[in-house]
Design a protein around this ligand. Structure first.
Ligand code: OOG
Ligand code: NI
Length: 461
């Protein structure tokens, strides 16, 4: 008898809901943030009567209030490889490589995420996953000891590993096993309030780098934040401050625009949680690692658009870096610099700065090239949402949650090869995913209109 398999999208939905419940229980401030964001989104919908219809068209309406991402940090290559197998059960695959060393954080990262647009619509949940680079821990003794400590821990339950094997052998899990899998997988990401090392060892790592202490001194990769989408991140940021949730001082990413691009995000700073240390004296202390985040996503940019974004952001940071107490100067500088970034769909498309998804429009009779079809309403182009992350923003999120000493001068460079070796596979290229989606949507739309694709014409030349 063959039992029907539960789809990966469904397992991811169950997992995301269970993870959210767990995090709300563990971090009450996250629950408070959820309520505030709900109010802000409600106000945004009430203020702009056309917004709901727009969101319904793109499928985003049903995803209001649904967690978009979370983040974890692991210490050993084997742990990262294990996570790859675990996330595959839920249809989450590694996309993108992020080097965080320029920002003084000794990790490199990827994002495990659904890739197909339809899967993202069903459940957008993804996990930003960082791997410690132990070679960047200062001090030979600390470096060696960190690897010994990490080598002793097991971050997956035996049953979880067994269920992953069943999934790999059969290509899926039936309902009972899928539910059991989610239950077992959650153990990996749970916070236990218990260090695996003594208070003295913890303190030594915290001094070396607070992130290293967070990775090395605990039982596993506790979920360190979840992220809700919001319809108005500027209003949400202000509301978090007014209600005393202590948000970071600036919103990361591009400024507010008519035509949103990439990703804007902000977070409340990590809370202090009680910790019991190992050792006979059972010393108590606290640890700050876990926080809550909100994000607002816009269009994915082409390589050309991204280069412009990176340049304008670098110029902003060089001219007027965010300083506590002078964040409005930074905001003003950012807005001034980004005046150079076109802010309407037509220009962004014409200049090849953003990716678009094409669909047949109302006027099916029109003929001509793509520009003509768009002008005559035979084709419509909607921006493709950016589903990935931004290293400079991610660094800002890391920094604001590590407290003092989160920033070090690291004389290291990206090491994608080592990361992929640890992962056991290559990470997918996010640009290729967006480019493919744009091209295939255009081909489908033209075929539906009974037109030859411009690619086919080019190929014939
Ligand atoms: C990850 C920080 C990066 C984001 O949204 O850019 C991140 C971490 O703190 O582990 O989640
Ligand atoms: Ni995040």
């Amino acid at each position: 008898m063959t039992e029907t398999h539960v789809s990966a999208d469904t397992i991811r939905s169950i997992f995301s809901a269970a993870m959210t419940q767990m995090y709300r229980d563990e971090v009450p401030r996250y629950q408070e943030m959820t309520r505030i964001v709900g109010e802000i989104d409600g106000e945004a919908l009430a203020r702009d009567p056309a917004l709901e219809a727009r969101l319904r068209r793109s499928g985003a309406f049903d995803l209001i209030g649904v967690e978009r991402h979370g983040a974890i940090r692991v210490g050993r290559p084997e742990e990262l490889a294990g996570l790859r197998r675990l996330f595959a059960v839920m249809g989450m695959y590694p996309v993108g490589y992020y080097d965080l060393t320029p920002a003084g954080v000794p990790v490199h990262s990827t994002c495990f995420r659904p890739v197909e647009a339809a899967s993202i619509r069903r459940c957008p949940f993804r996990i930003f996953t960082s791997l410690l680079r132990p070679e960047l821990i200062e001090g030979e003794d600390l470096r060696r000891e960190a690897q010994e400590i990490l080598a002793r821990r097991r971050i997956f339950t035996p049953r979880c590993l067994h269920l992953i094997e069943i999934f790999e052998a059969n290509g899926g899990l039936g309902e009972a096993l899928a539910i059991e899998f989610v239950h077992e997988a959650l153990h990996t990401f749970r916070w236990r309030g218990e260090a695996t090392v003594t208070a003295g060892v913890y303190e030594a790592y915290r001094k070396a780098h607070p992130l290293v202490a967070d990775v090395v001194c605990f039982h596993g990769p506790h979920i360190n934040h979840l992220t809700l989408p919001t319809l108005d991140i500027d209003a949400a940021q202000q509301a978090l401050a007014e209600r005393g949730l202590d948000p970071k001082s600036i919103v990361e990413g591009p400024p507010q625009r008519q035509f949103p691009i990439l990703l804007r995000q902000t977070s409340f700073k990590a809370i202090a949680e009680p910790v019991r240390f190992a050792g006979r004296d059972e010393a108590r202390g606290e640890h700050r690692a876990r926080f809550g985040e909100i994000e607002q996503r816009g269009a994915a940019l082409t390589a050309k658009g991204r280069a412009l974004y990176d340049r304008l952001l670098a110029e902003t940071l060089a001219a007027n870096p965010p300083r506590d107490g002078a964040t409005s100067d930074y905001r003003a500088e950012l807005e001034r610099r980004f005046a150079a970034f076109p802010d309407d769909a037509a220009t962004l498309r014409a200049q090849g700065l953003a990716f678009f998804r094409y669909a047949p429009g109302e006027n099916r009779g029109a003929r001509g090239d793509v520009e003509t079809l768009l002008r005559d309403g035979a084709l419509i182009a909607e921006p493709i949402t950016y589903e990935d992350f931004l290293p400079v923003s991610a660094a800002g999120i890391f920094q604001s949650n590590l407290g003092e000493g989160g920033r070090r001068e690291l004389s290291a460079s990206a090491n994608r090869e080592a990361f992929e070796h640890a992962l056991g596979t290559k990470v997918a290229d996010e640009m290729a995913i967006y480019a493919h989606e744009e091209k295939s949507s255009l081909e489908r739309a033209l075929a539906a209109l009974g037109q030859r694709s411009p690619m086919a014409e080019n190929a014939g030349r």
